[in-house]
Design a binder for this molecule. Sequence first.
Ligand SMILES: Nc1ncnc2c1ncn2[C@@H]1O[C@H](COP(=O)(O)OP(=O)(O)OP(=O)(O)O)[C@@H](O)[C@H]1O
Ligand SMILES: [Mg+2]
Length: 235
Amino acid sequence: MIRVSRVISVISGKGGVGKTTLVSNLVVALSHLDKRVAVIDANITGANLSVHLGLVQYDNSLNDVLDGSIDLSGAMYRHGSGVDIIPASLTRLDGDMSGFKNVISNLVGYYDYVIIDVAAGIESEVYAAVSCSDAVMLVTTPELTAVSNVALALRLCHNMSKTVLGVVINQIHGDSFEIKSDAIGSFLDVPIIARIEDHKHVRESIAVGMPVVDYSPLSQPAKVISDIAQNLIEY
Ligand SMILES: Nc1ncnc2c1ncn2[C@@H]1O[C@H](COP(=O)(O)OP(=O)(O)OP(=O)(O)O)[C@@H](O)[C@H]1O
Ligand SMILES: [Mg+2]
């Protein structure tokens, strides 16, 4: 069966704001909605998507595919949810993203969604991922440092004429000094996709390598990310 794949990159500019947390949960939530999903760790020099999904030992990675030493099928691992994971290497320091577009084109047609977990910053790894995506999802925390960096990432998307789905505001504590969601949405001039609380169950779920949508499905982050998946399907 040929599928019309949607390729979506998740980017933030600033590191550590929750891209991989969002991606690992979103893909499992989409799979729970009976979608065929592949997820790829484009963070080839700072991998951790596999760890979030409980895949800690594997012989082959995207790095090996990119350097031509193995075929893509040799670096695909099936998660219990049915999601196909293409992890980046946890041990290699090198990597060249020039063949990344080719990797993505080999996935298109087989999946409903191809979700790309992107590196922090706005350098070549990010450019390579965004350039082969149909759309981009932004992630920030409600802090000035993160919001100013996500604005740079957004500018990269605009320069590349990419569709921006909107911004997910993550790790909200509700402190008075946090930037309000409405202010973030209007500053960036993009829709607010979701607001995710800072929640202990997210950290616990990562520690056991299980997405919070499975670990604690009734927690606020799990419910919100499941809603994002549902809305993506209806979009
Ligand atoms: N909603 C949340 N509640 C509590 N902790 C969270 C939440 N989201 C993320 N975290 C914490 O923040 C850490 C960093 O998250 P994550 O690895 O998803 O960020 P990232 O943007 O992918 O980082 P990098 O830029 O390094 O790839 C997680 O390991 C987790 O401890
Ligand atoms: Mg990450």
